[in-house]
Design a protein around this ligand. Sequence first.
Ligand code: DAU
Length: 379
Amino acid sequence: MRLLVTGGLGFIGSNFIIKILKETNDFEIVNVDAELFGSNQQNLEGIKDSDRYEFVKGNITNKNLMTELISKCDSVVNFAAESFVDRSINDANPFLVSNIRGAFTLMDITTKQKKRMVQISTDEVFGSLESTTATEESKFNPSSPYAATKAAAELLANSYTKTYDSDIIITRSTNNYGPRQFAEKLIPKTIILAIQNKKIPIYGNGKNIRDWIYVDDHCEAALLCLLKGKSGLSYNISSNNEIDNLTIVTKILEIMNKPNDLIEFVEDRPGHDLRYSMDSSKINKELEWKVGTYEHHDCSSHFKSILLGEMYYNSLKDSAPGKKISEKYIDGFMQNGELKITNKKWVEYNTTTNNNLIRYWEELFTGFLSTKNLKVITK
Ligand code: DAU
């Protein structure tokens, strides 16, 4: 099967592509990615020369490009999305563009070309559930602009299957963790700050609950939905691993031998959902998917592997001297500037701008790089 994966340079998309290329010979992958905020070419460094992999830089809102790419593929899996709730609160516009307009473009073209599309969605569409668990039939109640855009894309997909008999399948997963996760999200952010003995901000009282799923479990489920899912249906992908934020952060600190007083309770995220919870018995029964087949299902062992440098250090250790490191990958905070490896020990950081974001970036990474015998020179 020739598969178009959108957003394959991001966290979940890159794990999906690596998994498919490693575990089967059945796929050729075309990865289209706009190289926006959370994208990083280094996420796919290991497979970029595979003759079953092709990269195309492009935005899913580009109708002509998508029409051409989809015409050369059998199906599409849409991972491309703006995904960070806090950024959607600051500025929802990019979320509307990628998550609604982009998803619509893909739905429209796959429908016309009679191709299957898997739309990757989220448990956040159901909003905060204090004591209940959402099934596929539960009502939408999104809280953040991000969640609302994902819900909107789902509604659009439903309208397409009803009106045009489109072959669209929706998957909703809970919070993912795993390699290559972008630094803005709770788990990688906690680890990076803790390495440097910096304060870890916990929003509100830390009692908010998320259901954490290892990214490969999610990818396995998404692949099953692509191959065996029923057209027009949605599938919840959850992990029975509901943990509150304070417990997660405390656990990470314990593994890292860091004191709990690094925790700092800060102002709550506006509209912060207390708890997400989904029932995934439908995918368990109908597609025989089971969570936890991957060794990293245990969060603790995963945190340890990150501490060995699996995540961020990878972006540095294989880089040749002189090579620029992707700004977007390294920070998520830096706006202008240039970071490059000058030799295996030095990272050079140039910038003409001097604002709080850059200062934050410097604080965040200088300590981390020094634990790897790398130093930052600021010019
Ligand atoms: O539930 C699935 C969703 O999980 C995905 O649809 C989203 O794309 C993804 O970003 C994630 O959303 P969350 O808002 O749950 O993830 P995040 O890592 O931002 O936050 C996890 C929890 O930790 C949440 O309750 C907010 C809290 N938090 C987060 C950050 C970044 C803090 O207390 N402090 C922080 O600094």
